[in-house]
Design a binder for this molecule. Structure first.
Ligand SMILES: [Zn+2]
Length: 256
């Protein structure tokens, strides 16, 4: 019996061995510790403070790690290596075209116990598009995932921008929308240390939350080991986010 087959593949010994490959890397997260999972059903929109979105219900010193805009063959494999060594789960909000081009990375994300969500096709501000164009963009973004047998039901609006009408459509189509509580703007091109300082400031102010990062950013690769070490040192737990259909998502990942 295993909830997360990716996790069962990550024995403590395997994690220690992997960590040993990186001298100086020290993470206190345990591979054996049962991490907390929060499952979102369709219509349950979480994160941020926009109308229609509720608090995820994280406890003090709990975070959710999310990575947008991938998968990217230059950076996503390194992000996955770092997460695996730290035994930390994340949610990847992927772009339709990137999925179609890099299906191997999507399979790896699933195989290693991460959660997949959609993030549209063109990554434009959907609030500026005609409604029919916007919803087609959202639906088409999920198509490569569906074709690969991945039944994702989490969605993040590009640029975190939505309207009540788009949110209602997303929910009526079986999706839960995930915004973010902590946005260090890792895409802005600042030095990793500067981005990390911004992130820590927000974390300390809020005591936890949904962290927004981007797995296509080289600077994010550079700051991630330090971020995970910081979270571990400061007693934060990383909570797993899951769509209500996560079991099916995992099963389809396992089949390949
Ligand atoms: Zn994005």
């Amino acid at each position: 019996m295993r909830r997360w087959w990716g996790r069962s593949a990550l024995s403590a010994a395997a994690c220690l061995a992997a960590a040993g490959m990186l001298p100086g890397a020290a993470f206190a997260f345990s591979c054996d510790e049962a991490d907390r999972t929060i499952e979102l059903a369709a219509g349950q929109n979480v994160g941020g403070a926009a109308p229609g979105f509720a608090d995820l219900g994280l406890r003090d010193r709990e975070v959710v790690l999310t990575f947008d805009d991938g998968p990217d063959p230059r950076t996503t494999p390194v992000i996955l290596d770092i997460l695996r060594k730290a035994c930390v789960p994340a949610t990847f909000f992927v772009l339709g075209g990137q999925v179609a081009d890099h299906l191997d990375l999507v399979k790896r994300e699933l195989a290693e116990g991460h959660t997949l969500g959609g993030h549209s096709t063109r990554h434009v501000d959907l609030t500026q598009e005609p409604f029919e164009v916007a919803v087609r963009d959202i639906a088409e973004g999920f198509r490569p995932l569906k074709s690969a047998g991945v039944d994702a039901n989490l969605f993040r609006f590009p640029l975190l921008r939505t309207t009540p009408e788009l949110l209602a459509w997303v929910n009526a189509n079986g999706l839960a929308a995930v915004a973010a509580d902590i946005d260090p703007r890792d895409w802005a091109g600042d030095a990793p240390a500067q981005t990390l300082a911004r992130l820590k400031d927000q974390l300390e102010e809020k005591g936890g939350g949904i962290i927004l990062l981007h797995d296509n950013q080289p600077n994010t690769v550079r700051l991630l080991p330090d971020l995970l070490a910081f979270l571990s040192r400061e007693g934060y737990s990383v909570v797993r986010l899951a769509g209500a259909s996560a079991e099916r998502q995992i099963a389809s990942g396992e089949a390949r």
